[in-house]
Design a protein around this ligand. Structure first.
Ligand SMILES: Cc1cc2nc3c(=O)[nH]c(=O)nc-3n(C[C@H](O)[C@H](O)[C@H](O)COP(=O)(O)O)c2cc1C
Length: 213
């Protein structure tokens, strides 16, 4: 399935086939798709926790305000953002340099910019949400292309999740995604606002538009 079709076919599933597991190969494919998402400076701060065991999913369901799909879906992926990824960022510039993408001068500049800029917790937080969201979207598109369904969720207690699954303080839960093969009873994809409601065409400086005050 091509990306266009997958983007348009994706819908948020509530009902999964609990007896059809997601293979380890497909899990790898999903994370491989997620890690292709862009991130500022290529920081790659998104991390992924796959909850697969039934008892673990039952526990996760209680953390997700008893949303049944968390138990029903054979795979639940929690996307995390590492709020301290600026510390390990030199690993990234070393790899990009080794691949011949840029030189030492630019690497030094990037490291300096990242380690100064993302020492600001607000900036690190916002960037983690942005990057994690982009990664999550890639993952859901890939899943759709592979014939799976997904359910993005923010209805869970992030503090309880971190406590229960023993996640260190500096990881921010960004979104939870249920993954599996769809079963009967799902709603179709929901309607969308019109393009005209969403888009300002040919925006010009200091010119009134739909989104002006
Ligand atoms: C950030 C985010 C959080 C969401 N949280 C939940 C949730 O906790 N429970 C749920 O049933 N659906 C959740 N959804 C799914 C949305 O309700 C769904 O994407 C929306 O209604 C549009 O439907 P569609 O994806 O099928 O087009 C969430 C979606 C997003 C993007």
């Amino acid at each position: 399935m091509d990306a266009h079709t997958a983007i348009h076919q994706r819908f948020s599933a509530n009902v999964f086939d609990p007896d059809r597991p997601v293979s380890p190969e497909i899990l790898n494919q999903l994370i491989d798709a997620a890690r292709q998402a862009p991130s500022a400076f290529n920081m790659q701060q998104s991390r992924f926790v796959a909850v697969q065991d039934l008892e673990a999913r039952r526990t996760l369901r209680t953390i997700a305000y008893d949303q049944a799909k968390v138990e029903m879906a054979p795979l639940v992926i929690v996307v995390l953002g590492d709020l301290q990824s600026h510390h390990s960022f030199p690993e990234v510039t070393e790899a990009d340099q080794a691949a011949g993408i840029y030189d030492q001068g630019l690497a030094d500049y990037f490291v300096q910019a990242v380690q100064t800029g993302y020492a600001d917790p607000r900036r690190a937080h916002d960037e983690a949400i942005r990057s994690g969201s982009l990664a999550a979207m890639n993952l859901m598109t890939e899943a759709t292309a592979l014939g799976l369904s997904t359910g993005p969720m923010i209805g869970f207690d992030p503090i309880k999740f971190k406590e229960t699954f023993d996640i260190a303080e500096h990881y921010l839960p960004v979104i939870m995604i249920t993954v599996g093969y769809p079963a009967e009873g799902n709603w179709p994809k929901k309607t969308r606002r019109s393009i005209e409601q969403l888009l300002v065409r040919d925006a010009r400086p200091h010119q009134k538009n739909t989104f002006s005050a």
